[in-house]
Ligand binder design. Structure first.
Ligand code: ZN
Length: 278
């Protein structure tokens, strides 16, 4: 087993798309990679009714996630088994099994068990905006941040094994300058889709808070192939496909990470390595 391990913790199958370049780059260089999915994305879109029904969507998306993980070289995959809470303000939010309704102690305990078993040096989750405000994304951001500290504390969850100190916690994030640029473009096109009412000033993070800019151009084709495994979600990235080619190229050529917590010191500008000093 490799001595370096990277763990991504997200809410739904396909959320890993934002870090798929990192998963590819590091697994190719011998890092053991893992992914946690809090839900099976039960209330996501169904791009083609031939693929799934609302009743079996979770099961279908678990299969899609497994296929995508295979492409990404991810050999460790955990499903926490919660129900997708749906977009903010929908009736699915109120389902008693919805991820956003679950107690922090329960979720953090499940994450601590995985962290102490897999023993990653680096973890990645969403930033505080949850990329675009999905309540499950914000919930997993909160619980993962708590689990980073709880896993390292021998007095918390002693029944779940010896404490493990993760070296670095990163948030996967968009630079705000980019969100603004995209917002301006959408406005100029009079775009009226699900993202048109989002406030660019509340999305992404200030550019200066981004500490790792990972050039993922070498992985674009494989990133696309892994993304295409999420066949039921084929429409959810449609907005990107509508962007002018130049913006698209810049959007897709890098992944951005904010160092949220570190036990090995700060990142150095220009280093652009999630495993620096690990
Ligand atoms: Zn999601």
């Amino acid at each position: 087993m490799s001595t370096k391990r990277l763990l991504g913790i997200f809410a739904h199958p396909d959320d890993e798309g934002g870090i798929s370049g990192a998963l590819l780059q590091y697994s190719t260089s011998g890092v053991e990679t893992g992914l946690v999915c809090a839900t099976r994305g039960e209330v996501g879109e169904i791009a083609d009714p031939a693929l799934a029904t609302p009743e079996n969507l979770g099961q279908v998306r678990e299969g899609e996630m497994r296929a995508a993980a295979e492409v990404l070289g991810v050999h460790n995959l955990w499903f926490l088994g919660y129900r997708d809470s749906g977009m903010a303000g929908t009736a699915d939010n109120q389902d008693p099994h919805a991820f956003m309704q679950t107690s922090a102690a329960e979720v953090v305990g499940k994450l601590v068990a995985i962290i102490r078993q897999f023993r990653p040096q680096v973890m990645v989750t969403f930033d505080e905006t949850g990329a675009y405000g999905h309540p499950d994304h914000i919930a997993i951001y909160r619980h993962t941040t708590s689990a980073f500290y709880a896993a390292a504390d021998a007095e918390q969850f002693p029944e779940l094994g010896p404490a493990h100190l993760v070296s670095k916690l990163y948030y996967s994030a968009f630079p705000r300058s980019f969100v603004r640029e995209m917002g301006t473009w959408l406005k100029s096109q009079n775009y009226e889709g699900s993202f048109s009412n989002l406030d660019p000033e509340k999305l992404g993070i200030p550019d200066e808070q981004i500490s790792v800019r990972l050039n993922v151009e070498p992985w674009l084709e494989t990133k696309d192939r892994s993304w295409s495994m999420h066949r039921t979600q084929a429409n959810s990235n449609a907005i990107i496909a509508e962007l002018p080619r130049e913006i698209q190229r810049r959007w897709r050529s890098h992944e951005y990470y904010q160092l949220a917590a570190t036990r090995v010191g700060p990142d150095v500008v220009g280093e652009n390595d999630l495993f620096a000093r690990v």
